[in-house]
Ligand binder design. Structure first.
Ligand code: CU
Length: 444
């Protein structure tokens, strides 16, 4: 597969924009607006789609439409994808992050526009109904399983799935029809069930509290471009030759991964993964009081383990696969981990804090001799100073993207062959944690 010319890309963008305009025009005259609504998009962090006005009555309703489209990859390639869009919006990848509350009666209406039947399964949810009857595997006339759930017919079929969200936690939703093809083509997304205790808790326990402005999604996936090319050209694909060559975080590869949510140059890949946090400071008498943890929700739809590895601090694993790390009797089974090894289909809920452990500053300097400016090799995001909140001169010829003396700490997949894009190294599932200097600062 070769990169399309920029002209083709521009044409496709133009078509996408035109489609969006048509949909917008259609919405203006439609009598029934799309049920799901997206909250105002924060620059960083998880972007929740909530289930419309009835969500307030604990009956969120989501319309998900299967669409085809293209995403941009770090090596300059573009990739044909399938995806779930929010309501009847244009194509996006991955699907919207469905945020509901424990105990909610959740309705998800699948509108299928693909040339083949498609369905949705909700791993971890119990008692799922499809058009009012139990959602269950389907067989064809020969007794072969044809789908893990009742599908919506090709082109224009619809199925309404419903369930009660009994358990708080992080879950996947994904295609249950020909998943070796459809999930890999992009039919997946995250489902977040918030506990009764409150939106700023991972589970119904006081020790799972986090700061809502520091909640992040790390949704990991992979692409074999030859499979996508075959689907785009309506050709068969031999699954025994499946070999991923791209790996993505929230549907983007580095450096796009650290761009803002909704970055203008990634019209179909709305979700960034830069984690912007403040230093943990539990003492209210000290400046920068910030006593809460951040929270990362890890999910994988890949076919291999992804050993994701945030540098700098351990994380506290408080949940796995939408269940808290506690016994039925409430005994704490949470554990600290440095790398989070996410298996196919798993989700991990991890609380983390960034400590200013040594309190280094100009008044408490790092006990080492810093080399001369001309002898330093520094990264793009270095401030020129080892001290949080300081900006100083950089070596000759270096341009820095550092804004206000903030720190950047890399988080990445530690299977290094997986942080590539068809062989281009140091791309793929890499992101950063950005540590903001204590306020007052000059960041904004
Ligand atoms: Cu590393």
């Amino acid at each position: 597969m070769t990169s399309p010319s920029s002209a083709r890309r521009a044409l496709r963008r133009g078509l996408a924009l035109a489609t969006t305009a048509l949909v917008a025009a259609g919405a203006a005259v439609a009598t029934v607006p799309s049920a799901a609504t997206a909250a105002p998009t924060p620059r960083n962090g998880i972007v929740c789609t909530t289930g419309g006005p009835s969500a307030a009555d604990h009956q969120p309703v989501f319309d998900l439409t299967t669409r085809t489209g293209y995403i941009d990859l770090p090596d300059g390639n573009t990739m044909f994808m399938w995806g779930y869009s929010n309501g009847f919006d244009a194509f996006q990848h991955p699907g919207p992050v469905l945020c509901v509350h424990e105990g909610d009666q959740v309705t998800v209406i699948l509108h299928n526009t693909l040339p083949e039947a498609s369905s949705i399964v909700f791993p971890g949810q119990e008692g799922v109904l499809a058009d009012g009857v139990p959602s269950q595997p389907q067989t064809d006339g020969t007794g072969m399983m044809s789908s893990l759930a009742q599908p919506a017919a090709a082109q224009s079929g619809t199925v309404t799935y419903s369930f009660t969200a009994h358990h708080a936690g992080t879950f996947l939703y994904e295609s249950g029809t020909d998943p070796e093809k459809q999930v890999r083509m992009g039919l997946f997304g995250a489902l977040v069930v918030r506990p009764t205790l409150g939106d700023d808790y991972a589970y119904d326990s006081a020790d799972s509290r986090f700061n809502p402005s520091e909640e992040f999604m790390v949704l990991l996936s992979e692409i074999d471009p030859y499979q996508h090319q075959a689907v785009e050209r309506n050709k068969p694909f031999n699954l025994t030759t499946y070999k991923p060559r791209y790996w993505l975080i929230n549907g983007r590869g580095y450096p796009d991964s650290i761009a803002d949510n909704g970055a203008s140059w990634l019209p179909n890949q709305p979700y960034g993964s830069l984690a912007t946090v403040k230093p943990y400071q539990p003492d209210p008498t000290k400046p920068g009081y910030h006593p809460e943890s951040g929270m990362a929700r890890y999910l994988s739809v890949g076919s291999e383990d992804y050993p994701f590895h945030p540098h700098g601090n351990n994380g506290l694993v408080v949940g796995r696969d939408g269940r808290p790390m506690k016994t039925d009797a409430g005994q704490d089974l949470s554990m600290e981990k440095f790398a989070i090894n996410i298996g196919p289909g798993q989700t991990w809920d991890v609380l983390f804090r960034w400590f200013d452990a040594e309190h280094y500053s100009k008044e408490n300097p790092v006990p080492t001799t810093v080399p001369d400016l001309a002898n330093q090799v520094v990264g793009t995001f270095y401030s020129g100073s080892p001290y949080l909140g300081n900006k100083e001169a950089l070596p000759p010829g270096v341009e820095s993207l550092n804004q206000c003396g903030e720190y950047y700490i890399i988080s990445h997949n530690h299977a290094l062959y997986q942080i590539t894009s068809w062989g281009v190294t140091m791309t793929g599932p890499i992101t950063y944690m950005r540590i903001e200097p204590p306020e007052p600062n000059t960041c904004n």
